[in-house]
Design a binder for this molecule. Structure first.
Ligand code: ADP
Length: 467
């Protein structure tokens, strides 16, 4: 009985440490907008890198041609071929492949990684059969921080999400891929290098021109948005014709002392291969949520006997995946059989129903915090561009009616698309922060494979600008 009380105490401490009351979320919104501004003023002015993308025109539906995209994400890579015939409704995704990235690749060498990608692309193209003598063009969708030097080139700043290929920081990513393709004799040109969020924004904008920002909640998390070039003070010569440019925030690295951080977050960070980095991503990214939940269960198991003898499996970092967290959280069987099954896989068997319920509660606390922080991040962007109804920048304190324009935020990523409770908590928090009147002008649009398809669309639109 004393043991149970101990566990309840641990849960209570967790709940308190993860609290995200509206006041705190609003402080976070302000902090996001302030950091965005600081990151736009000077290089290194904020933990938010606010990277230039050189994308000033987004696809609008008039694009034509056949294009390829290869997308290296955190857990998956995808290859697609799309055909466009000048009308939005005729977008034809002719082929799409999704594969998980073998973990051995994540700490291999640059040669191994890029040859793997090139060989996958080669197989994809060979499937087409009668390869006419067409000049193939590829968009490389790359879900890691890159300092772009043009729309088609850029150097890796650092790896994130468990990737660790040491000699690669500072390398030109497009050149690496192009080199590997050439070595295999593949006649295809890497014509665009696109962050996954920028791909998602392009896809969103193609279908709906009110789309001004895109956020990815997958293995990691990041966002981009359309900014006025005159607000990008650190860039002297923006070389854009439209007067705006897409900025890749790299928001996974956002930090504020107002973030509700727990001892589990501190441990996770300290033991990670990129400690003191990507603090926001470690609270909201799919790679990490499962491990936070695992750490709470492990602590409870160390301080009580309710989970039986301490399981060595449970002590292994990252054994509990976030898809198992959502499966437990959304377990609607009366006896919580899914929870029992997943605990068993973790080496914890035969726990009573009330312990299973406790595990569901832990999942709820960790995911709710993530979703609410995500909502604050999105509202921070809206605030920065004057679309949060507060009458800030761009809004000049007029009435809501005059200020609020329909605003679409494209959202994609496996965490958002597959975890219903995450989506619901995020929507609820957005409504709370923005207030009903404003929230009804803000549309969150989910899109599957938007990053990959959107990168191909972006490549197509950059062509129509040149020709
Ligand atoms: P990537 O991050 O590799 O680009 P995705 O956007 O598809 O790929 O995101 C994959 C991530 O989404 C997984 O690593 C996992 O963290 C999360 N995810 C996938 N399915 C689920 C699920 N059912 N419940 C919760 N999270 C999930």
């Amino acid at each position: 009985r004393r043991k149970w009380r101990k566990v309840v105490g641990i849960l209570k401490d967790l709940e308190e440490a993860c609290e995200t009351p509206l006041g705190r979320l609003r402080q976070m919104v302000d902090a996001v907008a302030v950091e965005m501004q600081a990151g736009l003023v000077s290089e290194g002015g904020s933990k938010l890198k606010m990277l230039l993308t050189f994308v000033d025109d987004l696809p609008n539906g008039s694009e034509r041609g056949t294009y390829y995209a290869l997308h290296l994400g955190g857990s998956y890579f995808r290859i697609i071929r799309v055909h466009l015939s000048g009308q939005r409704s005729s977008l034809d995704v002719q082929d799409i492949e999704r594969h998980s990235i073998p973990t051995s690749l994540m700490n291999s060498t640059s040669e191994v990684l890029f040859d793997f990608l090139a060989s996958s692309l080669q197989r994809f193209i060979e499937k087409e059969g009668n390869s006419q003598a067409v000049k193939r063009e590829l968009a490389f969708t790359f879900s890691f921080p890159v300092k772009q030097t043009s729309i088609s080139s850029g150097v890796l700043i650092k790896w994130t999400k468990g990737f660790a290929i040491s000699e690669m920081a500072g390398e030109d990513i497009s050149e690496c891929l192009q080199g590997a393709l050439n070595k295999r004799g593949l006649d295809i040109r890497v014509a665009a290098l696109v962050n996954d969020t920028v791909g998602a924004l392009s896809f969103g904008h193609y279908h709906d021109p009110d789309t001004i920002a895109a956020v990815v909640f997958g293995t990691g998390s990041n966002a981009c948005y359309l900014e006025r070039t005159d607000a990008i003070i650190k860039c002297q010569n923006p070389r854009t014709t439209s007067g705006s440019m897409v900025v890749n925030m790299e928001w996974g690295n956002f930090w504020s002392s107002r973030l509700p951080r727990t001892s589990y977050d501190l441990e996770l960070d300290a033991e990670s291969m990129n400690s003191n980095d990507m603090g926001f991503e470690k609270m909201i990214g799919g790679m990490y949520l499962g491990d936070i939940v695992r750490r709470v269960i492990l602590r409870m198991s160390q301080e009580s006997d309710i989970f039986g003898p301490i399981s060595s499996i449970l002590s292994t970092p990252f054994v509990l995946r976030t898809n198992s967290v959502s499966a437990m959280h959304e377990d609607d069987t009366p006896e919580l059989q899914e929870v029992a099954k997943i605990l068993k896989e973790l080496g914890v068997s035969e726990v009573p129903l009330k312990v299973r319920k406790l595990v569901v509660k832990i999942c709820d606390v960790v995911t709710r915090r993530a979703a609410r922080l995500a909502a604050a991040g999105i509202t921070g962007i809206l605030k920065k561009v004057g679309r949060d109804g507060s009458g800030g920048e761009g809004g000049r304190k007029r009435s809501h009616k005059q200020i609020m324009r329909r605003t679409v935020v494209a959202v994609e990523g496996g965490l958002y698309l597959n975890y219903k409770m995450f989506r619901e908590y995020m929507d609820e928090a957005l409504g709370d922060i923005l207030g009903g009147k404003v929230a009804k002008h803000v549309v969150i649009k989910a899109m599957e494979d938007g990053s990959s398809i959107g990168s191909a669309l972006l490549l197509a639109s950059s062509h129509s600008v040149q020709t």
